[in-house]
Design a protein around this ligand. Structure first.
Ligand code: NAD
Ligand code: USQ
Length: 395
């Protein structure tokens, strides 16, 4: 199959591209390198060194692997999108090419606007390109579990049956996101659901939880094929950050009480889920939603798992419950359904079977690259970027 991976230079897009190429598909990557630029703005960098996209792709081919095409450009640029679709003619489009940091989107008015324009306009361009240039193709769009928020009822997979005043209907599940980033995904979902009805587009919205881990079968073939690994206060996600903190003997930064519960999954399962969605496409005009995570944990649970894993290998990290920079519930009900990908054959890698100490050792090997100034949060949800935060300061 001809598969276009939008955002193929990123944490998830790069290993997904390799995985799909290894499975015999014709893969083309699109990326604007915005992510590398946004890192520069914040003085952040991947913990694990990464090659340029051009060098990564060349190395992959030198290993005798199926070539991967690259298109460098921005999907908010309509001319560029048109060029990519007419020259590659994709059958499936995996859409990772968005701004993905909740903290970044809360830093200032400008950061909120950059996030929402990039995400909503980029996705609209892809939808119009599908209608006009690839009407049979299937969009596999990365959404987020954060679209739902933390309601006091069970979370369903995209839709809920509502009974009201003696009548009933199946409607999109109510959304209550907690950052301008998460809201951009809600806006995307609404636009996609609408064009499936209006134009007969096929789409799978993958409401993904927080991803952890770094190695996949293909990235492990050569250090030059490594994917990025973020640990800073703006881009780093919970478990990945906790491992880096433990590895350099920095307190593990649980925000607030730590009862915030989220869905999590191993990076290898992201690849499996995307492949399952591609191989089992929806019907013409169908908009379907899969909740893409394998287990749910509170952040305090995760911190304790990392601490216990670290103690097994002789380290002694401590957990610090610091002031929460976010506005979010720290104690709440959370029960999200996630059976549709399992029904398609997903075989999860559970955290209990993953050697946290293995991940810790990998991270430790790069410990010298950690910029400690980037560990405690330099922002909060109410004031945005705190310009006067000194290295090591806390909120
Ligand atoms: P990432 O920032 O590492 O990768 C995103 C890539 O998209 C980057 O290489 C960036 O340069 C590119 N990009 C962004 N805007 C673009 C544009 N307008 N045109 C072309 N390229 C553009 O992010 P990631 O962690 O790989 O996440 C990928 C997707 O998965 C995102 O949509 C994110 O919201 C979603 N997601 C990620 C996680 C996670 O834990 N990492 C969890 C749930 C959902
Ligand atoms: N948290 C801590 N300590 C930290 C970092 C985070 O306690 O050092 C807490 C946060 O307060 C939050 C939870 O951990 O309650 C998750 O935060 P996160 O930074 O790991 O994840 P989040 O901001 O939600 O965003 C990440 C990705 C995003 C994706 C989302 C999936 O960056 O692209 O959409 O995970 S989900 O969380 O399901 O919405």
């Amino acid at each position: 199959m001809k598969i276009l991976v939008l955002g193929g230079d990123g944490y998830l897009g790069w290993p997904t591209s390799l995985h799909l190429a290894e499975r015999g598909h014709d893969v083309a990557i699109v990326d604007s390198f915005h992510r590398r630029l946004w890192d520069h703005e914040l003085g952040a960098d991947s913990l694990i060194p990464i090659l340029t996209l051009q060098d990564r792709v060349a190395l992959w081919e030198r290993l005798g692997k199926r070539p991967i095409r690259t298109f460098v450009g921005d999907i908010t640029d309509w001319e560029f999108v048109g060029h990519v679709f007419t020259s590659f003619r994709p059958e499936s489009i995996v859409h990772y090419a968005e701004h993905r940091s909740a903290p970044f989107s809360m830093l200032s008015r400008r950061h909120a606007v950059v996030t929402q324009v990039n995400n909503v306009v980029g996705t609209l361009n892809i939808l119009f390109a599908m209608r006009d240039l690839a009407p049979e193709s299937h969009l596999v769009k990365l959404g987020t579990m954060g679209e739902y928020g933390t309601p006091n009822i069970d979370i369903e997979e995209g839709f809920i049956e509502i009974h009201h005043n003696g009548r009933s209907d199946v409607l999109p599940y109510p959304k209550r996101a907690s950052s301008f980033y998460h809201l951009s995904k809600v806006h995307d979902s609404n636009n996609i659901e609408f064009v499936c009805r209006a134009w007969g587009i096929r789409s799978t919205d993958l409401n993904q939880g927080v991803v952890y881990g770094v190695h996949t079968e293909e990235t492990s073939l050569d250090t030059g094929l490594s994917t990025r690994f973020d640990y800073d206060d703006v881009w780093g996600t919970a478990l990945n950050r906790f491992c880096v903190e433990a590895a350099i003997d920095h307190p593990i930064t649980v925000y607030g009480k730590g009862g915030q519960t989220r869905g999590f999954l191993d990076i290898r399962d992201t690849l499996q889920c995307v492949e399952l969605a591609i191989l089992n496409p929806p019907a013409e005009g169908e908009y379907r939603v899969f909740n893409q995570f394998t287990e749910q944990f509170s952040v305090q649970d995760l911190a304790e798992k990392v601490r216990d894993g670290a103690e097994k290998i002789g380290w002694n990290p401590i957990i610090e419950n610091i002031a929460n920079p976010r506005v979010e519930m720290e104690e709440h009900y959370y029960n999200a359904r996630h059976t549709k990908l399992m029904d398609l054959g997903l075989q999860p890698h559970y955290l209990s079977e993953t050697l946290i100490d293995g991940l810790l050792e990998t991270v430790k090997a790069h410990g010298g690259r950690v910029n400690k100034r980037l560990l405690y949060p330099r922002h909060n949800w109410k004031q945005g970027l705190l310009e006067d935060v000194e290295p090591g300061d806390r909120l």
